[in-house]
Design a protein around this ligand. Structure first.
Ligand code: ATP
Ligand code: MG
Length: 363
């Protein structure tokens, strides 16, 4: 990955431009963490880049950057620019390209994200980001109040990086977050959900949640019971434990919404033969994890279920019709529903003779 990235830098430079790896990749490299996501900053414009890499380039919807895919690796190439002005907190109004790496670094969010690497693999650190990485602390580039007031997404990025990297936030960062957190209200729910997903699915999520609570961001994020969050190794379980503004709803796929509903239902009724039969093993295992119940215990109940679907009920419609000496009708469905519950509740054995006796007695 690094080798490939350095090759890309060389290729851009052969064409008369400057290019550096910046941001997360270099930060993670210094921390000894592998990353598959390389950000490259250059004074070449997106058009220049498209000319240099004719076949593997896809224009990005966001202005001023192109993405290069080589096998499974992703290289995002962005032209040096000044601070972007946003409308609605996010959409850039205008982008002003510039020719200076240093100016480009100054518009970035955090000092730890300003490290660069040149085509020789040498690290450049004009804004002193390495010191922060060593001290495991997050500082903004310049005034924190200014940075967060310009773009409230940075507030969540700060918490996300602190969580994933187990870094602390400087006092200036904390105060500026508190001062500007009201701006999160107008950040899109999609961005909020994206960042929260990353925070909640980190193995260090507990720390992330404690930061959100300490800074009072739960209120501005419209998460109503964050302090009761049940951090689950399945993110669906985590979300199911939260109550939040309904505006988050559209950010979930319909299958996810369904799972969340089922988790909530099983949390209420408990893990039983019925819950396992009706909702299946997967979602019951999520609930088991939330309740601190051993997974293998749930698998055991599931495997011991007398039936796993109506099809396994040991009697056919024809057989029922012949016992009752009746024509087919909607009543058959009621009989099957009844049999299903009686068998699941172990009141009736799933055995043809027993079922026949049961039907004769009850219908
Ligand atoms: P990762 O890729 O691990 O999520 P990253 O630091 O690379 O982390 P990206 O979103 O890929 O984050 O952004 C690349 C770089 O662009 C960042 O390191 C930072 O320097 C800059 N950046 C990204 N988003 C912002 C922002 N909202 N405000 C200022 N600078 C930003
Ligand atoms: Mg990145």
């Amino acid at each position: 990955m690094l080798k490939q990235a350095l090759k890309i830098l060389s290729k851009i430079e052969e064409n008369g431009f400057k290019a550096y790896i910046v941001g997360g990749f270099v930060r993670d490299y210094v921390l000894g963490i592998n990353s598959n996501d390389v950000d490259i900053a250059t004074n070449a414009t997106p058009k220049d880049i498209m000319n240099i890499f004719k076949f593997s380039v896809l224009p990005k919807e966001e202005y001023g950057s192109v993405t290069l895919f080589i096998k499974n690796d992703r290289f995002e190439i962005t032209t040096f620019r000044k601070e972007i002005k946003y409308i609605n907190n996010r959409k850039p109004i205008e982008i002003e390209y510039i020719d200076s790496l240093l100016e480009d670094l100054k518009r970035r969010d955090f000092k730890m994200n300003t490290l660069c690497m040149d085509k020789y693999g040498q690290i450049l650190d004009p804004l002193d980001g390495k010191k922060d990485i060593e001290k495991k602390i997050i500082n903004t580039v310049g005034s924190s109040d200014y940075k967060f007031s310009q773009d409230s997404l940075r507030i969540l990025r700060a918490i996300r990086f602190a969580t994933i990297l187990n870094f602390s936030l400087s006092n200036e960062v904390k105060s500026a977050i508190i001062k500007n957190k009201y701006l999160l209200k107008s950040l899109s729910y999609s961005r909020k959900k994206q960042e929260l997903d990353k925070i909640f699915s980190s193995s260090n999520a507990k720390y992330g949640v404690s930061l959100l609570l300490e800074l009072g961001l739960d209120y501005d994020l419209e998460l109503y019971n964050l302090k009761d969050i049940n951090l689950n190794n399945d993110i669906i379980g985590t979300w199911a434990s939260l109550s939040m503004s309904e505006k988050y709803e559209q950010e979930f796929k319909s299958s996810e919404k369904n799972l969340i509903k089922e988790v909530k239902e099983i949390m209420k009724i408990g893990i039983t033969n019925y819950s396992l039969y009706k909702y299946g093993l997967y979602v019951n295992q999520i609930v088991a994890n939330m309740k601190g119940i051993d997974k293998s215990f749930v698998v055991g109940i599931y495997e011991g279920l007398p039936i796993h679907s109506k099809k396994e009920i040991n009697i056919s419609t024809l057989e029922i019709l012949s016992i009752l000496n009746k024509k087919a009708g909607a009543y058959l469905k009621d009989i099957y529903n009844d049999l299903e519950i009686a068998i699941l509740e172990l009141k009736l054995e799933n055995n043809k003779e027993r079922i026949k006796e049961y039907i004769l007695k009850n219908y």
